[in-house]
Design a protein around this ligand. Structure first.
Ligand code: NAD
Length: 435
């Protein structure tokens, strides 16, 4: 098989994160600590996983970096925007995800990560009131400022390439509105006319990133890059986009457990998922309009795994409900409960209960790392537009809804897509065999 031409991962890679909150600072602290040999990057598949290449007696298991050129942690430069002025050290301490002893060895480096002013509109996250924001700028002026920020960061840090990733708060739900979101020229006109209703601040970041030749990743459930206008821009600039919503706890379990029900041809009457969570993310999601965005993203997972139209006897009319409750005492240590009502032989009912006591940002940090490294790889391999091979990492994978494409939510199908993309970029045959 012809090897895809992949440019080397030479020079430095800048990772610019929108939002310097719990997820970003946990990610940054971990990267800096790992570089010093003081922590392990557990949960990162780029760092740990091995995939099989070759078959029969030729088969071998290789780390991703031995299959394709991926930037080393030592070559990463970190930067951020946030609506609060706290530097990464202060913000990591505030988030209380990591213990002080796991932050202090890299305190100096974290203190140097001072957030640039956020492109922000309070109407999109009413519970936030930070003052480190661009003042009086139209949506278009915001994009221009963000583009300047990216250029300046790149020059100051001597980066060869930059990836921009959204790990900021969930915005209110912005439904697809064809007159603005369909064509790039219309989106640009709306930005110029300062259409505050249809152009979310997150769209300004995505637009600026793509225009500056940076891949863009949407880690929240915002619909930012789920619009044809952004796909057009990604095509024009030949840049990858990936989203949306990090698949960390409950949805990871859901996309892994639902295939058990489906493969075993058991029926489903209902799936009730609830959570308690007390960090700033939980506070923002306590606002119904912001929760709506998360709800849409979380609900989409089951629909494409247990499809009523394929198996009406088993999956007709199942009831799927997702709740998130803000509960400050738990901070970042989210607790999720799933009650699954299934049925078997002759319709007899059974129940499954899953109680996941997870740590949100501990699960999200390695996803952010992998998504940034693999988006940069994709760009160097000449891949652009929606990166379906990254669906594994995302709760609500991007798909071309204009042509009726159904996203892949099945965890193990997503894993196959991920491995095959890596095999292809590394010059190996893709295959569907289980490892
Ligand atoms: N932790 C998880 O398991 C997980 C999973 C999936 C998605 N997410 C999403 O990741 C995002 C980050 O989560 P978190 O726990 O770090 O939240 P957080 O509240 O700790 O951090 C978000 C930060 O973004 C900043 N922000 C908000 N709007 C901004 C803007 N327009 N420009 C710049 N900065 C802005 C906020 O000031 C805040 O500091 C959330 O949207 C969350 O829903 C998290």
């Amino acid at each position: 098989m012809n090897k895809t031409e992949v440019k080397p991962a030479s020079g430095k890679l800048g990772i610019l994160v929108v939002g310097l909150g719990a997820v970003s600072t946990t990610f940054m602290t971990g990267v800096l600590m790992a570089r010093k040999g003081l922590a392990k990057t557990i949960g990162s598949m780029v760092e740990y996983d091995k995939i099989r290449v070759g078959k029969g007696t030729d088969k071998k298991y290789l780390h991703y970096r031995d299959v394709v050129p991926i930037t080393e942690l030592k070559d990463i430069e970190l930067g951020a925007w946030d609506v609060y002025p706290a530097n990464a050290y202060q913000s990591a301490m505030y988030a209380e995800v990591l213990n002080e002893k796991d932050i202090n060895p890299v305190r100096d480096e974290l203190e140097k990560i001072v957030p640039m002013k956020g492109a922000f509109d309070k109407n999109f996250a009413k519970r936030l009131d930070g003052d480190n924001v661009m003042v009086g700028k139209t949506r278009w002026e915001m994009t221009e400022q963000l583009r300047k920020d990216i250029r300046q960061f790149k020059a100051e840090k001597g980066c060869e390439r930059v990836v921009v990733a959204w790990a900021a708060s969930t915005e209110i739900y912005v439904p697809y509105f064809a007159p603005v979101h369909d064509k790039l020229c219309d989106l640009e006109t709306a930005m110029q006319c300062d259409d505050k209703e249809h152009v979310a601040p997150s769209m300004c970041y995505a637009y600026a990133a793509l225009k500056e030749g940076c891949p863009f990743i949407m880690g929240a459930p915002n619909t930012t890059v789920d619009i044809p206008a952004m796909w057009e821009l990604a095509e024009n600039t030949k840049m990858p986009i990936a989203g949306k919503d990090f698949k960390t706890g409950q949805t990871l379990v859901k996309s892994g457990f639902a295939p058990i029900i489906g493969t075993r041809c058991l029926g489903l009457n209902g799936w009730f998922s609830t959570n308690i969570l007390g960090n700033r993310d939980g506070l923002v999601l306590d606002e119904p309009e912001n929760f709506r965005t998360k709800e849409v993203s979380k609900l989409s997972t089951l629909e494409s795994i247990l499809m009523p139209e394929n198996q009406p006897d088993l999956y007709k009319d199942y009831y799927h409900k997702v709740r998130i409750n803000y509960y400050p005492p738990r901070n970042d240590n989210k607790e999720g409960w799933d009650n699954i009502d299934i049925f078997g032989w002759m319709g007899y009912p059974m129940q499954v209960k899953i109680n996941f006591l997870c740590r949100d940002s501990i699960l999200a940090a390695p996803l952010l790392l992998d998504l940034c490294l693999l988006s940069d790889l994709a760009a160097r391999a000449g891949r652009y537009g929606i990166q379906r091979f990254l669906s594994f990492y995302l709760k609500s994978p991007m798909h071309d809804f204009k042509v009726g494409e159904i996203p892949v939510n099945h965890l193990f199908q997503q894993y196959t897509m991920l491995k095959n993309a890596l095999r292809e970029m590394g010059g190996y045959e893709p295959d569907e065999e289980l490892d």
